[in-house]
Ligand binder design. Structure first.
Ligand code: NAP
Ligand code: ZN
Length: 341
């Protein structure tokens, strides 16, 4: 990190700060003769207000680079702070895209094994005006460095381990189902699926070796979506997170199985590749995801019908290898929550 600046703003959350990563980073900064300020106010699904607070602290402290330590939420908040510091925007323009290639340098240390945010050019924030979550994109927020240590994820509660692993799995599978997938992105996605599926399907507390594998597999999946982006599954999941607080990875895990079934009906060739990488059939993969999700939330049918309509206006509907019509979106939402169509 010595080359990145003189003073760091460390962006983290309350639990993620306690897993050992913050102590390791501050000690490394000290050895480098670099100083730092800590913003530990990031909560899951960061808001613009949270990013603004971090920006204020960045200015006040004179920091010239940003270190995100935590799950996707603190890492994304760190990336958004680094971006908006270089390209200030009014609240109303933050989500309108078109960012240039300027940001403060970012370092990321993941403490969950899921989002792969440490290797992507995206920062996903809660967008109250659109009642969903929206991605900020700039090549400048590709972290300059990402430090991966499975030991930091050892204290993760089982539900967070499951949800974040499903996020990683969803990234790898969705990347394969994107029209923009390429031989290079598929290499990362296939290897990620190969590493993830056996751990996911065993449903037990991961061993230390498995924690390392989950973290690496999540990063490989991140490298895949860094090139392809995610599919409509993520767009659909954001509604569930925004309205009902369903954790991000769980939201994807809930919707992915029914999406894979749709791909099976449409004989999407990439599905066979996903199954081959997992060493399992579609039915088995769906059963694994279903077991990981456990009991479903009870959501009103009218709300799911509203989401199906809104899904058709999301940006990735026409960029997937499967076709999605309004009745398909509705069926995915209903069946994912145990309701009949
Ligand atoms: P998260 O929202 O960052 O964290 C979930 C929970 O895990 C928090 O309560 C957090 O506590 C806790 N936690 C984190 N590390 C821990 C540790 N080592 N030990 C114990 N608890 C720990 O969850 P996430 O699933 O990693 O990230 C989800 C976010 O990432 C969403 O906003 C999603 O949209 C975004 N995302 C971004 C990308 C991208 O490419 N940028 C990709 C996918 C998802 P504290 O908050 O107290 O630390
Ligand atoms: Zn995700």
């Amino acid at each position: 990190m010595a080359a990145l600046g003189r003073r760091a703003l460390i962006v983290t959350g309350k639990s993620s700060a306690r897993c050992g990563a913050l102590a390791d980073i501050t000690s490394a900064l000290g050895e480098n003769g670099q100083t730092y300020a800590v913003y530990d106010g990031v909560r899951p699904d960061p808001t613009l207000a949270c990013v603004r607070k971090g920006l204020a602290l960045l200015k006040e402290s004179g920091a010239d680079f940003v270190v995100g330590i935590g799950g996707g939420s603190p890492m994304d908040a760190a990336k958004a702070i680094a971006l908006l510091a270089a390209e200030p925007r009014e609240d109303g323009a933050v989500f309108s895209g078109g960012y240039g290639n300027a940001a403060l340098p970012v370092v990321c240390v993941p403490t969950t094994a899921g989002t792969g945010s440490e290797v992507t050019p995206y920062a996903i924030l809660t967008n109250d005006a659109a009642r969903t979550k929206t991605s900020l994109f700039s090549p400048a927020i590709f972290p300059k460095l990402a430090y991966l240590d499975g030991g930091y994820t050892e204290g993760l509660p089982p539900a967070i381990t499951r949800n974040t692993a499903m996020d990683a799995f969803s990234h790898a599978a969705e990347s394969m189902l994107k029209q923009s997938s390429s031989p290079a992105s598929e290499l990362f996605a296939r290897e990620s699926l190969r590493m993830l599926y056996p751990i996911l399907s065993s449903l037990k507390t991961p061993t230390a070796g498995e924690r390392d594998s989950l973290l690496l597999a999540a990063s490989l999946a991140g490298m895949a979506i860094a090139q392809t982006g995610t599919t409509v599954v993520h767009g659909m999941g954001y509604f569930l997170t925004y309205d009902y607080g369903i954790p991000h990875g769980r939201a994807n895990g809930l919707l992915l199985g029914e999406t894979l079934r749709l791909c099976e009906e449409q004989k999407v060739a990439a599905l066979s590749e996903i199954c081959a990488a997992c060493g399992a059939g579609v039915t088995e993969i769906c059963a694994t995801l279903s077991a990981l999700c456990g009991e479903r939330e009870k959501l009103p049918k009218a709300k799911l019908e509203e989401y199906a309509i809104r899904t058709m206006g999301t940006k990735n509907v026409k960029k997937c290898k499967f076709e999605l019509h309004p009745e398909d979106a509705l069926r995915i939402f209903l069946h994912s929550f145990g309701l009949s169509s």
